[in-house]
Design a protein around this ligand. Structure first.
Ligand SMILES: [Zn+2]
Length: 305
């Protein structure tokens, strides 16, 4: 089964990559940890009107930023369908050239143009992002009306963070998502998991300013177009490193890092700022409500039974 995210399922890929010795943490948890790491940095980048509200329950927000990947394991189904395609959008598989300006942003128009088979194969990350964004705007509108409303808001921000972070990953935006078309199978995990894992101790996220997001779907497409363009340099770096060190050993990873470590830390920094930008935009769209101060109590969502 096609599996696309910051996560590596099980430890097999890491073991095969020969980086087992570098991992004191349980294998398989790192991909989830990358989402948590980015979300943690994103909270730091929120403007002063929002930061205390999320900071007051930072551990909750950070923890739940990994949830959508776990929904895949549970085979949960959302309003748009099964979960897995919500995490990617292979924009280079539609017969257009960058910057893919003729790909409709409207989902109905997109399906009309390409048909449902292509639409399903391509993924639906932009529309999942927009759907969760709309729910977050709605939740911000109810904030302050009790602990359950506050929990909803923090939870939806965490879930939105997940999808925004996925949009920043080059291999969530291209058909050759695991190097399978260029004889580089496994590059997905080598790049977004093993490379991050090996350098987490010394990694500095690029400082990228928070920016306005007037249109969430346009923002998603723009981010995905940028991600797709980054797949080629990462594949080049992998190819050169693997040619010199075909065993994917420590020397391979050192050379891979030399080839695309800068790109990776820049993308992680952009992802953190992207999350902060989108959460801030949702708050503004809700009319910039005052957010309650510190009191935190976790109650089930009001509508749930
Ligand atoms: Zn994901």
């Amino acid at each position: 089964m096609r599996f696309r995210s910051w996560i590596v399922r099980g430890g097999a890929a890491l073991a095969a990559a020969g980086v087992l010795v570098l991992t004191p943490a349980p294998l398989g948890a790192w991909g989830l940890e990358v989402h948590r790491l980015i979300t943690d940095r994103a909270i730091d980048r929120l403007p002063v009107d929002l930061r205390p509200f999320f900071d007051a329950d930072r551990a909750f927000v950070v923890e739940h930023a990994a949830d959508p990947d776990l929904w895949k394991a549970m085979d949960l189904r959302g309003t748009l369908g099964v979960e897995a395609p919500n995490h990617y959008f292979d924009i280079d598989g539609l017969g257009s050239a960058p910057p893919f300006a003729d790909v409709p942003h409207d989902r109905r128009a997109f399906i009309d143009k390409y048909g449902s088979a292509v639409a399903n194969r391509t993924g639906r990350l932009p529309w999942q992002m927009a759907a969760v964004y709309a729910r977050l705007v709605d939740a911000f509108g109810r904030v302050g009306r009790g602990a359950a409303a506050d929990t909803d808001t923090r939870y939806l921000a965490a879930v939105l963070a997940h999808y925004v972070e996925d949009a920043y990953v080059p291999f969530h935006a291209v058909v050759n998502y695991d190097g399978q078309l260029t004889g580089q199978r496994g590059v997905h995990a080598r790049f977004e998991t093993a490379l991050v894992l090996g350098h987490a101790h010394a990694m500095t996220f690029a400082a990228v300013p928070v920016r306005p997001v007037p249109d969430i779907t346009a923002f998603a497409f723009e981010t995905i177009v940028d991600s797709a363009a980054l797949a080629a340099p990462v594949l080049d770096a992998d190819r050169r490193a693997a040619a010199a060190h075909p065993g994917y050993d420590a020397a391979y990873y050192a050379m891979f890092w030399d080839g695309c470590g800068t790109l990776l830390t820049r993308r992680l920094g952009e992802a953190a700022s992207g999350v902060a930008s989108v959460v801030t935009a949702a708050w503004k769209a809700a009319g910039q409500p005052d957010l309650p101060a510190a009191r935190v109590e976790h109650l089930a969502p009001q509508a749930a039974r």
